[in-house]
Design a protein around this ligand. Sequence first.
Ligand code: RFL
Ligand code: PHB
Length: 393
Amino acid sequence: MTISETQVAIIGGGPSGLLLSQLLHLNEIDNVVLEQRTRDYVLSRIRAGVLEQGLVDLLDEANVSQRLHAEGEVHSGCEIAFNDDALRIDFAELTGGKGVTVYGQTELTRDLYEARDEMGGTIVHEANNVQLQDLDSDQPSVTYEHSGATHQLKCQFVAGCDGFHGVSRSCIPNSVRREYSRVYPFGWLGVLSQTPPVAEELIYAATSSGFALCSLRSRTLSRYYVQCPLDDDISDWPDDRFWEELKSRIPAAAARALVTGASIEKSIAPLRSFVCEPMSWKRLFLAGDAAHIVPPTGAKGLNLAASDIYYLSRALIDYFNNGTETGLGAYSDKALDRVWMAERFSWWMTNLLHRFPEHSGFDEKMQRGEFTYLKSSQTAQAALAENYVGLPY
Ligand code: RFL
Ligand code: PHB
């Protein structure tokens, strides 16, 4: 067994782990990222597309935002359609000039990998059977298998950035860990196509046959979603069926303008709300999807990962540079306050815009009432906009 040492062992090379690694390295804190997949696999996952300003600021701080500023699009509003009625939420006007940046998670992850390479950061891909040890001691370690050999990485702290299906969360003992979750009775079928987006801004559409979302990655790359039954398979959704369903759920003018084409990626994602408390235990700190999941309706998952990394990076920098543990001790409570507010917003958007199989006529009238209120009240729109552009860190 080979033995090596670092200050912070980071489990997971997704956006959370890479961003933490970059921020720590810039502050001269040694770290190693252990990722179980290949880089190509990580970069093939099509996920988020909407970045809050807080995340953009953090990427500026991490020196990885050059391409984002050149290629990302700043959006100052979005459309919410409810059957044949529609409403534009003017983020800029309602929030004093704030907006969001549309830039794919895949591109952001690519930028982070390139920055780590340039700085000579250590990322071990295809690290298998990762196990966390002695988290309740001063000298925790992580063992893993790589290229047929077993390795031990000694460290002072472990950052669990290994997503919802990772190993870190379960290292918090059952007697300490509480998990809260809600699984929604539908999924999102997502399609990426090399076609111009149907509209300049995102369209969130609720109809009696289900939810649809028109999003984009660039002027030539579109990302669309339709709500689908949880047990549907990709093979149930040839491109023609997808486009027909999408057209039937979006406003008529958008349906007429929609340019269709061959899908270049198609996947079904389940929708879930999930929070693990606490987000730290002894020498282990969880961040991102390892600690919480939101349904994608509010575009909050990646953005919450960013606020976790903001709090955690500062706490670790404070520890290593100033010798204070205050930030580390406060990390879980601080992160969770913001997590629960984003959970609330994502749950609210999901409830407003989806068709639930168990909904009665009363529930549907409640959704309509909520939309009518939103349409008639600047205050309600401001609350939506404030959450969508991102609550302060
Ligand atoms: P990730 O991206 O899942 O990365 C975790 C990494 O850990 C690795 N890993 C392990 N490594 C070593 N050992 C193990 N035992 C390991 N187990 C796992 C994995 O291979 C992986 O590389 O988590 P991270 O970094 O916390 O990032 C979170 C975001 O990816 C996620 O929250 C967002 O994608 C959610 N999300 C959205 N978020 C937004 O903010 N805005 C959006 O517009 C948005 N749209 C979306 C989304 C997620 C979606 N899906 C598919 C879930 C749209 C969709 C459809
Ligand atoms: C996306 O572009 O993938 C996207 C945008 C907004 C969401 C969810 C996903 O709410």
